[in-house]
Ligand binder design. Structure first.
Ligand SMILES: [Zn+2]
Length: 171
């Protein structure tokens, strides 16, 4: 089922999400929600989606994106992963700029500076705990989606003047 996306201005996008307690959820409900989230990003052609963006105040986000394996443009591999109760343990490496957008702020794209590497502690959809280091585009998308679970949006990184201008455009 494709879920309706929550847009900028909805207060849920500004709330800190709570942990998912696996013993309080039926596994089948978690799987259904995750499947619906994947269906939703396929429909809107997104590469990541966090639970607040579909109106749920829980620490869950999903990523699905083609990754370029080499410079031969046809050689893509799909990267797909579910992050539950993600915690950023470390953000490090060189800062670099990348053009970001967000399904909840349609039509707005902006160059955002973030560090290149992260170490994340999280659970997958089966509740198995993992600690992994991510670099490149994966690290970038995880940081963006993780921010959603903290009530933070990519436009928060922009200088005040630019942010004000974007808010005006959105309104
Ligand atoms: Zn977003």
């Amino acid at each position: 089922m494709v879920l309706p996306i929550v847009f900028y201005g909805n207060p849920i996008l500004r709330k800190k999400c709570s942990d998912i307690n696996f013993s309080h959820y039926k596994k089948k409900d978690i799987y259904r929600l995750i499947n619906n989230m994947f269906e939703t990003i396929h429909k809107v052609k997104g590469i990541g989606l966090a639970a607040p963006q579909i109106g749920k105040n829980i620490k869950l986000f999903i990523i699905e994106t083609p990754l370029l394996l080499d410079n031969n443009k046809k050689n893509y591999k799909k990267y797909k992963e579910v992050f539950i109760n993600a915690k950023l343990i470390k953000i490090f490496g060189k800062e670099y700029k990348f053009n970001e957008g967000c399904l909840s702020i349609p039509g707005v794209y902006s160059t955002i500076k973030r560090k290149s590497n992260i170490i994340v502690e999280y659970c997958n959809q089966y509740g198995e705990k993992k600690t992994k280091c991510f670099t490149g585009i994966k690290s970038r998308i995880i940081q963006h989606e993780y921010d959603h679970t903290q009530g933070k949006l990519f436009i928060d990184y922009l200088p005040y003047k630019k942010r004000k201008l974007i808010k005006k455009i959105i309104k």
